[in-house]
Design a protein around this ligand. Sequence first.
Ligand SMILES: Cc1cc2nc3c(=O)[nH]c(=O)nc-3n(C[C@H](O)[C@H](O)[C@H](O)COP(=O)(O)O)c2cc1C
Length: 189
Amino acid sequence: MDKILYINSCVREESRTNKLAKYLLDKLNGNIEEVNLNKENIRPLNSSLLKKRDKLREINDYNDDLFKYAKKLKDADIVVISSPYWDLSFSSLLKIYFENVNIGGITFGYDEKGNIKSLCHIKKLYYVTTAGGYIQSDEYGFGYVKSMFNTFYNVDDISYIKAEGLDIYGNNIDNIMNFAKMDIEKLFK
Ligand SMILES: Cc1cc2nc3c(=O)[nH]c(=O)nc-3n(C[C@H](O)[C@H](O)[C@H](O)COP(=O)(O)O)c2cc1C
């Protein structure tokens, strides 16, 4: 059974992005674990947190809760990330998650030539987003996440699911969501 890690960085209770991600998760086979960043006490790496983390890493003590996100990612076969399209990219909860999950010695290391080497075994990433308007460029949202997983975790198999124009007056929201669901279905044909 695959271990599926769902990183939910949706913020609104009625999040359409989360609904789309759940539609996708229903199609996947495996054990799903959800990390709902909205409900986690996840914090940006400030000076004291970074000091604490570095100290613990120096003595190879990975028992603190600081390392729990990295351990879960290390265990995952498939990762699903959802985020609303905010300010041309994604919600800041997701950036904070990356600060907390990418940890040298747990999720990645370096080879003898100094190149990044994944210490995870993720075989597939799905990225789900919805936008109020139209996504002008994928560079800062999906593109960033894609580069991250490609560079740190050697993941090439990446699917991008999006629904756009959801806040534009007069648009048929149900239709747009249904098209995005059909895109999901196509992935499993
Ligand atoms: C803080 C914030 C920033 C947003 N930034 C953008 C943006 O840059 N471009 C855009 O098209 N829509 C933007 N939106 C609209 C959201 O992308 C849109 O409502 C999206 O569907 C929200 O997803 P949700 O239903 O999962 O919450 C923004 C909304 C919020 C609340």
